[in-house]
Design a protein around this ligand. Sequence first.
Ligand code: ADP
Length: 471
Amino acid sequence: MILKTKLWLLLVVSAALSMVLFGCSSVWIGKIANKGYALLELNPLAHSIVDSIDEQPELGKDTLKSILDGAHEEHPSIRFLWMDSNGQAIYDTTGLNPNFTFRDLALLMQNMPEGYLKNDEVNILTPVSREGETYFMLLSLPASAMKQGEMYFLIRSHKSLLTLVAPLILSFSIPFLLGLWIFSRINKRIRKLNNAVNQLNLQSNSPVAELADSSKDELGQLARHYNSMAQRIHSQFGEIQQFENKRKLLLSNLSHDLRTPLTTMLGCAELIRTGNYKDQQELHTRAKIILQRCRYMDKLLDQMLEVSRQDEEDITIHLQNHNLSEIIRKIAVEYIMILDGEQVELDVEMPDEDVQLLIDASLIERALRNLLDNAVRYGKDGHYLGIELTADDQAVNIIVKDKGKGIPPAHQKHIFERFYRVDGGRKGEGLGIGLSIVKDISLAHRGTLEMNSRPFVETRFQIRLPVSTPV
Ligand code: ADP
């Protein structure tokens, strides 16, 4: 059942229940809380007394006295008075025995039932005919002896109920109608939200449609939360898709990247095997090419391994106190050999005193090698490679610099993303994960990785490691 139908049902049932409840409770409470005589009870009471007097064979004063006193005993607040047709009291339970003129009687009766409402006396005059004579019985009681709150006694016929019920229905229906109006508005907004959630298409490239609901209530807040959530999911979905596309592209290029050096290596190896080289110099060159290609393929395979490892787990580090200056010296020597014969100046700057730090040496070495490999690979044109170690009270900085073509500003903010490559992943020798690994290693040491690049002036990567215990 939809909410609207439920609400209508609720409205009808609750309106009917309210009316019944009102009727029953007003009668019931009237009976319990309203002590006294009801106006409609007085006539039957008068008639029952008149009937019991009428049943007597003789209408003597004693008979009247015993019946009327008996009735007065039963109803002490009521005065019972029996009079003849001239208005002369024959018996009066108050003992006053007045003589009523026609005017007195008319005055007694004239204010009925307003007298009752105005808190005067209530008088009921009942005529009795007996043996050709006419008598009257006056039943008189103070209005305070009547029920104080009794609406339904005023209803003469059921038709008059309508006059009572119509305003009642009207007043009852106002809160219901207001409730209905508010509910249908809320229902409309919920339906809009429902439709928006239903139509949310994360895969489409078009932007997510915003839900317009500026109100400050809970539904407005929900709509705003939905908008920001949808935006977030949509952009995250886009990022995941982009990431997946890059990954697919790189893996598909990988077979090509592996085959190219393999062809070169096969050519060189064949030349060496057949002895078709000109001199020792060519033999040396061919062997060097094979070595370079082997290193390159080795590196590619390492990176592939790294990709799958990064998918599986976060970096775990094992910290120990190490001489960072020593580590950098060792790596610098390696690169002197690698750069042998290349026209690249290698500049190493370190503090005079050795720098000791709590680090995972193998991870820091890996990070440094990644940065140096990049500087050699992409910054060779600058003919300069710098390694710098600085230390202050708070941190130790490992800096790798080159003066090559650098990284264009548009690419700089993406450069630490996995699989991101400036050349779009086709040319060059890598999977685009080297810098993301360096960043992960820096973060694992609670440090940072920063980059500044001015083409052919300086491209600088700086790992900053805090001196205090990093984890
Ligand atoms: P890979 O070297 O495997 O492509 P990296 O994450 O190490 O992956 O580097 C990402 C990209 O950043 C490289 O493709 C390269 O375009 C650019 N890059 C990194 N270091 C340098 C540098 N020193 N000079 C110029 N470009 C660089």
